[in-house]
Design a protein around this ligand. Structure first.
Ligand SMILES: *Cc1c(COP(=O)(O)O)cnc(C)c1O
Length: 221
């Protein structure tokens, strides 16, 4: 199957859960292949590595409606480049990052932010504890240049564990919406190539797909 055929089958599933959005995860995918995906009407792309992403942004600078999401671990010394070059950051998991991203976004339109939650309980993989979400959310809402949009998570790869994680995330998201009725909290980003139908069934409003769109990646560092 080529990209177009794979997209059609995914889009049919998304339509049943509209308005769920497809984020095309393009780490290790060349600028040319991103351009081909853009021709097929994909607009949202997720990147994990800052330097790799900046190179592609330069090559694709003519695509004015492309929307870049940072979804990788955030190193403190990279917050400036992330704040200046991305439209969304989905992996904010500690308060120091809120302060830095806010300061470094000055002078640009607001940066759209998701809090990454360690839903699987494996905090080594990134993400804050679920109990930290209200405090981090307060900090984002109090900032000047960041907009709180919701939650992002990777769930446990074990298919017996994943549905429980998705349900917990959906509940956490509902609480966040209740906490901030005056904010546009409209994004629950969960589900990847291996588990996105389950994530959609649990109310995901964004799924992040790499492998099923672009094929397997070279081994990650
Ligand atoms: C790589 C990555 C994905 C995509 O994973 P696939 O299994 O290739 O669909 C989604 N979310 C995050 C945070 C990632 O790092």
């Amino acid at each position: 199957m080529d990209l177009q055929q794979r997209l059609q089958s995914i889009q049919a599933q998304l339509q049943e859960h509209s308005p769920a959005r497809l984020l095309a995860v393009s780490k290790h995918v060349s600028a040319d292949r991103i351009r081909a995906a853009h021709v097929l009407d994909l607009r949202h792309f997720g990147e994990n590595y800052v330097q790799e992403a900046l190179g592609k942004m330069v090559e694709l600078a003519d695509l004015e409606d492309i929307c870049w999401h940072f979804i990788g671990r955030i190193q403190r010394n990279k917050t400036r480049e992330i704040a200046r070059h991305f439209d969304w950051v989905e992996s904010v998991d500690r308060e120091i990052l809120v302060q830095r991203l806010d300061r470094e976004r000055t002078g640009l339109p607001p940066l759209q932010v998701l809090i990454e939650v360690a839903a699987s309980g494996e905090e080594s993989k990134g993400g804050c504890a679920p109990s930290d979400v209200p405090m981090l959310a307060e900090a984002i809402v109090a900032s000047t240049n960041l907009r709180l949009r919701g939650l992002m998570a990777l769930v446990h790869p074990n298919p017996e564990q994943a549905p429980k994680n998705f349900a917990q995330l959906a509940e956490l998201y509902k609480q966040l919406q209740k906490q901030f009725t005056n904010q546009r909290v409209d994004t629950l980003s969960m589900g990847t190539s291996g588990d996105y139908p389950e994530a959609l069934a649990h109310g995901a409003t964004e799924i992040r797909l790499g492998t099923v769109l672009f094929g397997t990646r070279p081994k990650e560092h």
